[in-house]
Structure formats: structure tokens, C-alpha cells
Design a protein around this ligand. Structure first.
Ligand code: ZN
Length: 177
């Protein structure tokens, strides 16, 4: 396995919708895709991230991996059913909410993002079997963040109000939070 270099804000691939992964007649991906997925897992661990989408490592294919609360996973050609009213993602009982960041946006830029509280992720696993994962909270937010990457969207786009102003000011100034 190898650690891949992560594309950074400004790279056009981060703003391009990714293509579906072609599958063999048996419904499995090619070996090069399996290698990519292994490398994406390794890269996520190395970067201490919780999720990574293929465009972030320079591959415009609909694949993402995650590593949330010690649960690793991967999906190919995903779909996401979202339900519930979008809200900031609670981290604890005392009103603390998740501040999202992104491995493709350095400089200590984080902010809370409105996300659907419940999702169901479907798609294809690396071995060709069907993926069906209901998720809530942090994992649900991670899935939505990574799906956005596959559609050329970044969490910055979803920040609002003061949070957006602060993030863009930090980006302009290149100042760490
Ligand atoms: Zn990201």
C-alpha cells in the first residue's frame, strides 16, 4: 500500500463531478481500482482523516472511503438517501457541534455544516457485493461530505453567515485558526 498525495483547494479535479467506476461483467471493479482503494485507506490513516474521496487523490471516479470511530469502509458508485431536517451535527450533549474540515483544505479551516441527520448509503463494495449502510450523526455527515466531493462540491460551499466569512478570510490570509 502507498500513501497518495492529496490534491489541494484550487485543483480543478476537486471541482469536477467524478465518473462512475466501470465494473466487470461479474460486477466487480478492476484490480487497479482495488489497489486505489487500499491506497486511499492508507492515505486516510496517514493523514488522520475520517474520509477520502477518489478525486482528492487525483482520480475522477465515484469512490470514497471512510474511517470513522475505528470503522473502515469503502463504497463504489454510491447513492445517498437523506432524511430529516438538515441541522448542525451534534458531537455531545452540551450543544457542541461538529466543525467539518477537509484534507484538501489546509490551514486549520473548519466550520459547522448543516447536514441531514439520517442517511442510507448504497452502492457497491470492492468485492462486488451490495452496500447498504444506514448512518446517523458523524458517519452520516462524513458520507454527505464525501458524496459532495464526488459532485465537485466542498464543505466551504455549504458554510453560511459568520462561519463562511471567517473561513474565506482565513483562506485569503493563509492564517491558521
Ligand atoms: Zn473533504
Amino acid at each position: 500500500m502507498s500513501v497518495l498525495s492529496i490534491r489541494q483547494l484550487g485543483d480543478p479535479l476537486l471541482r469536477t463531478a467524478a465518473d462512475p467506476v466501470p465494473l466487470n461483467p461479474e460486477g466487480t471493479p478492476e484490480p487497479r481500482v482495488l489497489k486505489l482503494i487500499e491506497d486511499m485507506h492508507q492515505t486516510t490513516v496517514d493523514a488522520q482523516g475520517i474520509g477520502l474521496a477518489a478525486p482528492q487523490v487525483g482520480v475522477g471516479l465515484r469512490i470514497f472511503t471512510w474511517n470513522v470511530n475505528d470503522q473502515q469502509g469503502c463504497v463504489i458508485n454510491p447513492s445517498l438517501d437523506q432524511s430529516g431536517e438538515a441541522a448542525y451535527v451534534p458531537l455531545s450533549e452540551d450543544d457542541e457541534v461538529l466543525k467539518e474540515g477537509c484534507l484538501s483544505i489546509q490551514g486549520g479551516i473548519y466550520g459547522p455544516v448543516l447536514r441531514s441527520p439520517r442517511v442510507v448509503l448504497t452502492g457497491i463494495a470492492p468485492n462486488g457485493s451490495a452496500v447498504h449502510i444506514p448512518a446517523e450523526g458523524l458517519l452520516a455527515a462524513c458520507f454527505q461530505h464525501e458524496m459532495d466531493h464526488l459532485n465537485g462540491r466542498l464543505f466551504l460551499d455549504r458554510l453560511t453567515g459568520e462561519h463562511k466569512k471567517r473561513a474565506y478570510r482565513q483562506l485569503r490570509e493563509g492564517v491558521s485558526a
